[in-house]
Write a protein that binds this ligand. Structure first.
Ligand code: F6P
Length: 497
């Protein structure tokens, strides 16, 4: 959907709205660089997807202010107008203590809920004290949202509708505290990660508290229908709540919550045009003439772009590359794979171990096949500018997106929209939500090394017409449901409740 059409439709259907979004991660952080302060864009699907919506709807975005200069640059109540120069929406920062971050973010959110919801055989580490802090931080977010609602009443009167849109697994308890303040406020949450089946969820010590918190929302959005079904079954199992399977709703303690799929997407048009822009062309030339990242010579280039997370299947992918090189010696000296990665959640042991494992396997494979001037795998573990990623998208022969489990995975969609010359093809895990829409990619099971290796080879020898046919089809699918369609569908569904 074109963005002016999005603005007009929202205005026409919803009237004057005051959109309040809350997420743990802020869109940008401010960091000291010597005496100067620099703005750093956040990594990850959630913030990248939501920013264009916030810019268009001029909303307020409440998030944890994690940058070391965040307080310095924020005004009263932690507020700052963004993006710099454009100032179309307000970021309202919440400042958390070290204990809050340890127990709520690294602890309950990322050592319990993250492994619990992603079925990758990583055990959650339950800790009831951390849950109390998680709950407490949820209360803080609720307090900040309520403060915002009060302010909007004073500034805009009563004809502005407040729309509260919570984001992700960090805020499962927040709606409950807002409903306690005023049960008539409409509240929703979009759950960006998978929801597991009821057997898996049943091991969670705080399962009732989490479900009760979530069911205080009027609308819960998941990425795909399968996660909605898992959630509804979980409500039946754990709460004996009344589930209506004909309209996907659940009634608990007299309150009804709708549960619907809204597959998140990308700013398709923007990415497509940026990929074709002069700026990207210039970077492509630079890379072709003198690449600072990929120094070994190659005929075939495969790439991946991931947060360094154990759900992303990075070691499994390296094993498949190893297997392919073992079977196809003719590729030695010709095939190079670049893993672009951004370090994540580094104070959690499982992530530290993953980083070690990645560098060990990479080292082993390069040692096994490498020659004096060539090695098959390169790891580049720093964030790049968007233009540079798009340039690599256009230059590569294969993009591999192979998580073990993923709510959606927006890298897959970004790649499809920026594969403007149809040079490459997407290899995609069956266990990423994106595979439900991008079924014309080469689908793989990342756990099956042998088949995965064969699929990489199949991608390498696929002819240009076939790549073009498949990619063009997937581009159309994404254009039909881009980030504006996603937000429009969600917000109108909430409004109609
Ligand atoms: O959906 C999970 C998610 O919130 C994504 O938006 C994003 O890719 C990632 O997690 C970011 O994680 P963090 O904020 O912990 O760096």
């Amino acid at each position: 959907m074109e963005k002016t059409r999005f603005n007009n439709l929202i205005k026409e259907k919803l009237g004057n709205i005051n959109l309040i979004v809350a997420s743990n991660r802020e869109p940008v952080s401010h960091e000291y660089a010597g005496k100067k302060i620099k703005t750093v864009n956040s990594v990850g699907g959630l913030t990248i997807a939501l920013e264009p919506i916030m810019k268009n709807l001029n909303g307020t975005w409440i998030a944890y202010g994690g940058g070391n200069a965040d307080k310095t640059v924020s005004g009263e109540k932690g507020k700052i107008k963004l993006p710099e120069g454009e100032e179309s929406y307000t970021l309202k920062r919440i400042f958390l203590s070290k204990k809050d971050i340890n127990d709520y973010y690294y602890g309950y959110a990322n050592s319990v809920l993250w492994p619990l919801c992603h079925i990758v055989y990583m055990k959650p580490i339950f800790n009831s004290a951390q849950f109390l802090t998680y709950d407490d931080v949820n209360k803080k977010f609720a307090g900040s949202i309520i403060e915002e609602i009060e302010e909007s009443k004073n500034e805009n009167g009563l004809d502005v509708k407040n729309i509260i849109w919570l984001q992700d697994y960090h805020l499962a308890r927040c709606a409950k505290y807002i409903k306690e303040y005023d049960e008539n406020i409409k509240i929703s949450i979009f759950w960006h990660i998978p929801w597991p089946n009821p057997e898996i969820f049943s091991i969670c010590s705080e399962k009732h508290e989490l479900l009760e918190g979530l069911l205080a929302n009027d609308l819960i959005g998941f990425q795909i229908i399968y996660h909605c079904q898992n959630f509804l079954k979980t409500c039946e199992w754990e709460l004996e709540a009344q589930v209506n399977w004909s309209d996907y709703s659940v009634t608990y303690n007299g309150h009804k919550t709708w549960v619907k799929p809204f597959p998140i997407s990308v700013d398709a048009d923007y990415l497509h045009h940026f990929a074709l822009s002069e700026e990207t062309e210039k970077i492509i030339d630079e890379i072709k003439n003198n690449d600072e990242i990929i120094e070994p010579p190659y005929e075939y280039l495969a790439i991946s772009v991931d947060r360094l997370d154990y759900t992303k299947g990075i070691p499994e992918k390296f094993r498949a590359i190893d297997k392919m090189l073992k079977e196809h010696h003719e590729l030695i000296g010709k095939f190079v794979f670049v893993q672009f990665g951004v370090p994540s959640r580094i104070y959690i042991d499982a992530y530290k171990k993953l980083n070690e494992e990645i560098s060990d396997i990479m080292g082993d494979i390069n040692w096994k096949y490498g020659t004096e001037e060539w090695r098959p795998i390169i790891g580049y573990f720093k964030q790049l500018e968007l233009g540079r990623y798009l340039a690599y998208h256009r230059l590569c022969d294969i993009m591999i997106v192979s998580p073990l489990h993923d709510g959606m995975n927006l890298v897959a969609k970004e790649y499809i929209m920026s594969n403007t010359d149809y040079k490459g093809i997407l290899i995609l895990s069956k266990f990423a939500g994106a595979s439900k829409e991008l079924y014309d990619s080469i689908l793989v099971n990342p756990y099956n090394t042998e088949c995965f290796a064969k699929k990489i080879y199949e991608a390498l020898i696929m002819d240009k017409e076939e790549k073009e046919r498949r990619t063009a089809k997937m581009q159309n699918i994404i254009m039909e449901n881009d980030i504006y369609d996603w937000a429009y569908n969600f917000l109108t569904a909430l409004y109609l409740i």
